[in-house]
Design a protein. Structure first.
Lengths: 552, 345, 385
């Protein structure tokens, strides 16, 4: 403690800029992460807790949540890994094209995917009913499983693709040369090489599944999970206590998973040295023909689904009444034009949140990894904490923490921007921290040696050299923020409508055409904004490696 | 390869421009969103987006006061009004059953206001203390997707009473909202308990629950799911079903005997930023012209006796309503929901 | 402005430095005085704590115990950017996103040198190090030697009073290393800059230093001029780490002024006696002989009188260009001896043969398993302990 104070004293004397940045970052995390969580944790009364623990319904919901956690995480991981393997290692025909496909799913707000999922595969789905004449029901755990698998596999793909690309192919060739069969190479060399990436993807996905409320709400049917309960308890009966209690229960597995991953990661550190390193120029060993073509079929299937997913939204936007009257109309498009405010807000807030998130992620990563400031563990944990908080709980926490008193922020754009930034801070932080870890310490030490204060070293050396990571953090936060629903649904107000919330409202009212039109507009505008961003920065952007590194 | 040669002057300029643009955007957004408080009223609207927009446009045309509204689900806006008590952001809560307004009034978040428009209304549509006033009526009904029903049950009659829903053939084809998360569904559950008595009521609910295919969380979901043919039969408010029918979905609306109704209410939020305009707006909503226009679009039944009944809406007399005890419903809530969860799951 | 006794007080004084990482004591009770203008080298195997010491001086590592004082000023708590100490890193740590010129200007900018002066000083530094033509290149476009020069120039342009170098030559090929070693020494002499140099390469350490500090396991083993360290290693570790050493068990017969007469394997032998060591007559000890001080002869050949000798069998041999090295099993010695035989001179003194013939003859005679006689050059043995 005394050494901590001593260090602060020294900073004050020698590097007040860093102390200021440290103080600001710390204050931000205290106010916008720790305080809301503390506030929400104090909300449930003893009676609320007793009710939550004794009601069979919530016990069952907890069981269901656990089931989906296992099922969806496993299947998303499997699909994402296979897909990544197909486009990087099996080199299926059209791999270049296929490699971009899952990114479109990431650009689609989760809630919109759920909607498209029903339009396609529902009881009256375009595919199941109108094309195949099937009378299947997707409502239930199996439909939810499928929907979550498709929603979350792009995350696994994103992380694994980078890992496969970074893993040294010469090791696999060497294993082949030593007489290992194709399957043995895969099992004994390739998979161990990408293990850290698998673990990281598993964590990202499982926390996503825990917090997912869009999919269970739309396709879960009678199958209830905790995340939906958090939402419905609040929106249905204004039970802040029950809602908060259920959300806090969700926090337990999330934190456990998180801790486990951190532990495994540090325990196996250094064993997978080639991941993230320079890849070999050797081509990977060929896969068996049957596997090659099966993977190709898988890629085609996924691509068809993605195309259908986007197509059905466009189609819904341009037809009069889904399922009844498929005649073309511009009526919904006109509605969108009269609601550009929400669309503009979504973009502006997401852009601002991404700037905030990126600056904070980079700064905190630097402070923790290289800053030599006291209390780094606390800073690290506070930054990673939001990763374990389901979006809905975060929204509830923000409402509780910032509706009253001197910190009253509800109704302003600031709280939405901050909410978005905090939600995606952990991923951005991990990406930046991993990038800084890769940076030789001698670089910022030499900057210091040449007379740069820590903050200057960050601005002139560390930040420019980790710009790929900063960019990855920015784009990730932006894409996610534009479509986010759970965190911001309670935060929008009169002057701060958001497109995603309006889409939910429209869908809730049954105005599917308008919902689809607004969703399509949101997706298109997001793509255009990203394209502009890349055009302006003019840098070749390589998010895969950054995300892989964050995992490894 | 990160070729450092990419850092050409042109790019640096581009980056600077991008930075400038971001700063500009930041400045734009961070300018506080303080609209002119003068000449404005802020409305939390539970009713449909189109309907609140209709009322807003009429009101603006009449008074010149701008209506700024936020549309969301009942529960969400009720939560907001309660959470914001002391520093409210909105002036008026428009729509939602009287039971919810009563619940908010108990927290002290509503202002006392006795509008002139309340004069001609029935007693059940006016708060004694002046916290809320009813402006429309709707009732629970059964929606049937005719297309799906024909196809699935060519030999069955359309359900006409609540008891008809217990036909075992309908297994998995009924959709109703979850009372734990929706006030609409709780109204239905209470209606059955009050209609049949406690014992028989639970027997009925238990039998029905076993046939229900899905209990979505939102009251807006059943009409939608029935309208699009995801389910054949749904329990919902009749006006919501009527809207789908009017949009062209093959939906038939049935109002069974012994149903329960909802008084859609409006209230002034205590300490809102524009109290004068809030009262002005509430008076407007209660006026015959507003209710006529509103009912014509929303298919609800106007409460103002001077308002003409629009085509497509149900007259109030059509409803065979039970003598619903809202007070009892409020008292029993926790007990009923606990039992319900044991019955359903 | 000059401190009194500016030249007599050490420029850098390290007192009782200690650093512990987890369970390992990286540096223990490390005290050293670095005279102004001197070239002091920390030599030791990897992991001996030498780099940690350097980093404590630079301010990257905070000592757990002891003090670092530079120019008489205690540096405790002072961050690296305010120590006025230049450092060249093992990996050079050039900023990959900046051109050579920008790298060189970096420190000047940090010190807020006015633009005109900054440009001039940078240009001068580039010219001095023959880098002017490369000013617009980026580090990855430079050869290892060029990168090394940029790393040095980037520091020298700031005209630091103390220069720290952490194995600056270890990433270069052998020939370049030799050339840069000479350049480095020349530059340091010219500028008179106090230099603290870290290396694990004994040749580098011996050829560069004014003062050599041998370290092992976090502790100082010996501090002395290179010649002294080589001739009179303080202990077995130094003897074996700095150069190669053959050890001989002896019994002390008589102690003289700077020498000691001992008896080894029944023969008399005189060994140098480094300072501070005072063996007593009758006690047993160890004497060291460097490989180049041993003469090999054919078994039974004539050896000058009063020369210590022993019979040995060749266990192995290897060709090293300018000399040939033999591994010998020596009668009465438990450890294998090393003997270096220079190839140009008459290293192998077979009886009566010429150099050319010796070479030929030895090839046939001195194969593995051959019996030889070895003798020690007079006055080359050193008393160890």
């Amino acid at each position: 403690m005394t050494t901590g104070l001593k260090r602060v004293g020294r900073l004050w004397r020698y590097d007040p800029g860093l102390l200021l940045a440290y103080g600001l970052a710390g204050l931000f995390l205290l106010v916008f992460v720790v305080w809301p969580l503390a506030r929400v944790a104090l909300e449930p009364t003893v009676a609320d807790w007793r009710q939550v623990f004794t009601t069979p319904r919530w016990q069952r919901a907890a069981g269901n949540t656990a089931l989906m956690l296992v099922l969806s995480t496993t299947s998303s991981l499997l699909l994402g890994t296979l897909y990544a393997f197909a486009v990087t290692r099996a080199r299926v025909p059209g791999a270049q094209l296929f490699s971009a496909v899952p990114l479109f799913l990431l650009l689609t707000p989760p809630f919109v995917s759920g909607l498209a999922f029903i339009l396609l595969l529902g009881r009256r789905g375009l595919f199941t009913y109108h094309l195949l004449g099937l009378e299947t029901s997707i409502y239930g755990w199996h439909g939810l499983w499928l929907a979550q698998t498709l929603s979350f596999f792009p995350v696994a793909y994103l992380v694994l693709r980078g890992a496969f690309m970074a893993a040294d192919t010469s090791l696999e060739q060497a294993a082949r040369g030593l007489g290992a069969g194709r399957w043995q190479v895969l099992r004994s060399v390739t998979l161990p090489l990408v293990t850290p990436a698998l673990l990281a993807a598993a964590l990202f996905i499982s926390i996503g599944v825990l917090g997912d409320f869009g999919n269970p709400m739309l396709v879960g049917g009678r199958f209830q999970v905790l995340a939906t309960a958090v939402y419905t308890q609040l929106t249905g009966w204004a039970s802040f206590g029950t809602s908060a209690a259920l959300g806090l229960i969700l926090l337990v597995p999330a934190v456990l998973l998180f801790a486990t991953q951190q532990w495994v990661q540090s325990a196996t550190q250094g064993r997978y040295a080639t991941v993230g390193g320079r890849s070999s120029s050797l081509p990977p060993p060929a896969v068996a023909p049957w596997l090659h073509w099966s993977l190709f079929a898988l890629c085609v299937l996924v691509t068809l689904f993605v195309v259908a997913n986007l197509g059905v939204i466009l189609m819904g936007a341009l037809t009069r009444l889904w399922g009844v009257d498929f005649s073309l109309t511009l009526e919904h498009a006109r509605y969108v034009l009269s609601h550009v405010g929400g669309l503009g807000n979504s973009l502006r807030f997401a852009a601002l949140a991404s700037v905030l998130c990126t600056v904070l992620a980079g700064l905190v990563a630097f402070l923790v990894k290289r800053g030599g400031v006291p209390g780094r563990t606390g800073l690290d944990l506070a930054t990673l904490l939001p990763a374990a908080i389901p979006g809905t709980l975060m929204g509830v926490a923000f409402v509780l923490a910032f509706s009253q008193g001197p910190l009253r922020l509800t109704g302003t754009g600031i709280i939405i921007v901050v909410g978005m930034a905090v939600s995606y801070l952990p991923v951005g932080y991990r990406v930046c921290a991993a990038a800084i870890d890769q940076l030789r310490t001698s670089l910022d030490e030499s900057a210091a040696n040449l007379g740069a204060s820590k903050l200057t070293a960050f601005a002139t050396v560390v930040a420019p050299l980790t710009r790929q990571a900063l960019m990855a953090a920015f784009v990730f936060c932006f894409v996610q923020s534009v479509g986010t629903l759970s965190t911001v649904i309670f935060l929008v107000s009169f002057d701060t409508p958001l497109a995603s919330v309006t889409i939910l409202n429209l869908a809730d009212q049954g105005s599917w055409g308008r919902a689809a039109a607004l969703a399509a507009a949101l997706i298109i505008v997001t793509m255009v904004a990203l394209a502009l961003l890349f055009l302006i920065t003019g840098r070749r952007f390589k998010p895969f490696q950054e995300f892989t590194r964050a995992g490894a | 390869m990160n070729s450092p040669s990419s850092a050409t002057p042109r790019r640096n300029l581009g980056q600077r421009l991008a930075r400038l643009a971001l700063l500009l955007a930041a400045a734009l957004v961070l300018l506080p969103g303080v609209a002119l408080a003068q000449g404005e009223v802020r409305v939390y609207a539970v009713i449909n987006d189109d309907d609140v927009r209709l009322l807003a446009e009429m009101f603006e045309a009449e008074t010149g006061v701008r209506v700024n509204y936020l549309r969301a689900s009942t529960g969400e806006l009720v939560s907001r009004v309660i959470a914001e008590a002391g520093a409210p952001q909105a002036d008026v809560l428009l729509g939602g059953p009287s039971a919810q307004h009563i619940a908010i009034a108990e927290t002290g978040a509503l202002a006392v206001f006795h509008p002139e428009g309340a004069a001609g209304l029935p007693a059940y549509a006016v708060s004694d203390e002046g916290y809320w006033t009813g402006f429309y009526l709707t009732a629970l009904g059964i929606g049937v997707n005719l297309e799906r029903f024909e196809q699935r049950f060519p030999n069955e009659e359309l359900p006409a009473t609540w008891d008809d829903l217990l036909n075992p053939a309908f297994d998995g084809e009924i959709v109703m909202t979850d009372p734990v998360s929706s006030s609409t569904a709780y109204l239905f559950v209470q209606a059955q308990l009050q209609r049949l008595g406690w014992e028989a009521g639970w027997e009925y609910l238990e039998a029905l629950a076993s046939l229900v295919g899905q209990f979505p969380a939102s009251g807006g979901a059943p009409p939608q799911l029935v309208g699009t043919g995801e389910y054949a039969i749904g329990v919902a408010y009749v006006h919501a079903l009527a809207r789908y029918r009017n949009d062209g979905f093959p939906v038939s609306t049935i109002v069974p005997p012994a149903t329960a109704g909802e008084v859609g209410s409006v209230s002034v939020i205590a300490g809102g930023p524009n109290p004068e305009n809030a009262r002005l707006f509430v008076e407007f909503v209660l006026s015959a012209r507003a209710q006529e226009a509103f009912s014509a679009q929303s298919f609800t039944t106007p409460l103002n006796p001077q308002a003409a009944l629009p085509g497509g809406a149900n007259t109030f007399a059509e409803f065979d309503l039970i003598d619903y005890d809202a007070e009892l419903a409020g008292e029993q809530r926790d007990e009923v929901l606990l039992l319900w969860q044991q019955v359903v799951d | 402005m000059l401190a009194p006794d500016r030249n007599s007080t050490p420029h850098v004084r390290l007192t009782g430095l200690g650093k512990v990482y987890g369970d390992t004591r990286a540096v223990t009770d490390f005290s050293l005085e670095v005279p102004r203008g001197s070239f002091t080298t920390l030599l030791g195997p990897s992991g001996c704590g030498k780099t940690t010491v350097l980093r404590m001086v630079a301010g990257f590592v905070e000592p757990d115990a002891g003090t670092v004082s530079i120019g008489g000023v205690d540096q405790a708590g002072r961050p690296p950017n305010l120590r006025g100490v230049g450092m060249v890193f093992q990996d050079y740590a050039l900023f990959p996103h900046m051109s050579v010129l920008k790298n060189v200007e970096y420190g000047l900018r940090r010190h807020r040198v006015p633009n005109a002066e900054l440009r001039e000083r940078a240009a001068r530094a580039l010219e001095q190090l023959d880098l002017t033509a490369l000013a617009e290149r980026y580090p990855h476009q430079l050869s290892g030697g060029q990168q090394q020069r940029v790393a040095l120039g980037r520091v020298m342009v700031l005209e630091p009073e103390v220069l720290l170098m952490d194995e600056p030559l270890s990433n270069l090929d052998a020939k370049l290393r030799l050339r840069l070693r000479a350049e480095l020494r020349e530059l340091q002499r010219q500028l008179g800059i106090t230099t603290l140099y870290v290396t694990h390469d004994q040749d580098e350490a011996l050829s560069l230093s004014d003062q050599l500090v041998v370290m092992n396991e976090g502790r100082i083993q010996q501090v002395a001029a290179p010649q002294r360290v080589y001739a009179g290693p303080a202990n077995r570790f130094v003897a074996e780490f700095v150069g190669l050493a053959n050890l001989l068990s002896v019994t002390v017969r008589e102690v003289g002024d700077g020498y000691v007469n001992v008896s080894a394997a029944g023969q008399d032998l005189t060994a140098c006696l480094p300072d501070e060591r005072t063996p007593k007559a009758g006690e047993t000890g160890t004497v060291m002989v460097r490989p180049e001080h041993v003469v090999l002869s054919e078994a039974g050949a004539h050896v000058p009188p009063d020369t210590w000798r022993a019979s040995a069998v060749i266990a192995s041999h290897g060709f090293f260009g300018s000399f040939e090295r033999y591994w010998l099993r020596v009668e009465g010695a438990s450890e294998v001896w090393l003997v270096d035989v220079p190839l140009v001179s008459s290293g192998f003194t077979g009886s009566g043969s010429t150099a050319t013939n010796e070479l030929k003859g030895r090839r046939t005679a001195l194969t593995i398993g051959s019996a030889v006689t070895l003798s020690l050059l007079r006055g080359t043995a050193s008393w160890l302990w």
